[in-house]
Design a protein around this ligand. Structure first.
Ligand code: GTP
Ligand code: ZN
Length: 337
């Protein structure tokens, strides 16, 4: 562990009152009234790239944050050198309350469940129509993660030059998930009705996290959507794709400040052990009231589940219940199947 004073950038932390807390509480935590508001763009080996006004600065977590970390999408308060000049390091003293958290579950390499993206309001699930073949179970897992986190899902089906979208869309019809079908050719076309514009319409004014299996064309898509160069300015060399491989997501602004794309590094470790069925059902307002008659801690896929009667009584479409159960069942499956 680091100690006070070891890092010269932390010198000013040392004036903080003693840790035992035997002083009035108000003085324990400096108020940081002079702190600036920032938006976390990416995290690179403990260094956070934070957008403050129109500058990207590098910051680290202040000690007073304790174990609480900041992730991509977080709104933070930063103090210190906010110039963004080379070799300067600011400090993050506060992480604002999050409106949503997208998590991935612990995996073999990492025993902790981690928040990957904060404050997103939409999850774009990028799937190729061919090469690689669509993986409906993976799509289902992503949908469950979205519903659980309170994000609205958006299906982006790429490589439409290789295969039609109809069959895949049929499987999601009952879920009513919005979708866009694209191809590289259409994405690079210009004009108001280009594929990039069609996708951007869905992203306007929102923070959208993009997930997708390797090779589906997510990079091609994201590059067509954002102004990557302008966005990351002089730290572009650090956050460029080359080095930006597996660790952190990366927030990129859409042209004209009309929203954010958060590119995430693959979904192989997208587990669902933390998912609460009641939060998923919340995304099914036609079914949710039917769960009132369920036994306690009902899995909604067991005998006695009141949803069977709810559907039999004509309150909701049986296809919807089928879809919900299919999604809930993905929690039990292993990833990658
Ligand atoms: N036929 C076809 N190929 C595409 C299309 N979009 C992307 N590709 C190709 O698919 C491959 C993967 O595209 P990327 O954009 O790198 O995909 P990615 O999802 O970022 O994959 P990783 O870089 O592995 O994470 C590349 O060879 C692309 O040129 C498309 O619409 N049609
Ligand atoms: Zn039930």
């Amino acid at each position: 562990m680091r100690r006070y004073g070891k890092n010269p950038d932390e010198d000013d932390i040392r004036v903080r009152p003693n840790r035992k807390g035997n002083r009035p509480r108000t003085t324990i935590r400096p108020k940081h009234e002079d702190a600036a508001e920032g938006f976390v763009l990416t995290v690179d080996r403990g260094r956070l790239h934070v957008l403050v006004e129109d500058r990207t600065i590098i910051a680290m977590k202040a000690r007073e944050l304790g174990r609480k970390g900041a992730v991509v999408g977080d709104r933070v308060a930063v103090v210190g050198d906010l110039s963004g000049a080379k070799d300067t390091l600011a400090r993050i003293v506060r992480v604002e309350e999050r409106s949503s958290v997208l998590r991935r579950t612990a995996d073999d390499d990492d025993p902790y469940e981690r928040v990957v993206v904060a404050n997103a309001d939409q999850l774009a699930i990028v799937t190729a129509l061919a090469d690689p073949e669509p993986r409906p179970r993976l799509i289902d897992r992503c949908l469950v993660a979205a519903y659980d986190a309170g994000l609205e899902p958006l299906l982006v089906l790429t490589k439409s030059d290789l295969a039609p979208a109809e069959k895949l869309l049929e499987a999601y019809g009952a879920l009513g998930v919005p979708h866009v079908v694209t191809s590289r050719e259409e994405l690079t076309a210009t004009g108001a009705d280009s594929a990039a514009e069609r996708v951007r319409e869905r992203l306007a004014g929102r923070v959208t996290a993009f997930v997708g299996h390797s090779g589906v064309g997510k990079t091609t898509l994201v590059n067509a959507l954002v102004e990557r160069q302008r966005a990351t300015g002089h730290v572009n060399a650090v956050t460029g794709r080359g080095r930006h491989t597996t660790t952190s997501a990366l927030a990129l602004p859409l042209p004209g400040g009309s929203g954010w794309v958060i590119d995430t590094p693959g979904v192989r470790s997208f587990g669902l052990h933390h998912v609460d069925p009641s939060r998923v059902i919340h995304a099914f307002p036609d079914l949710e009231p039917g769960t009132e008659g369920c036994p306690r801690a009902c899995s909604h896929d067991e005998q006695g589940c009141a949803l069977d009667q709810w559907v039999a009584d004509g309150h909701a479409d049986p296809q919807r219940l089928y879809s919900l159960r299919r999604l809930l069942a993905t929690r039990e499956r292993r990833e990658g199947d």
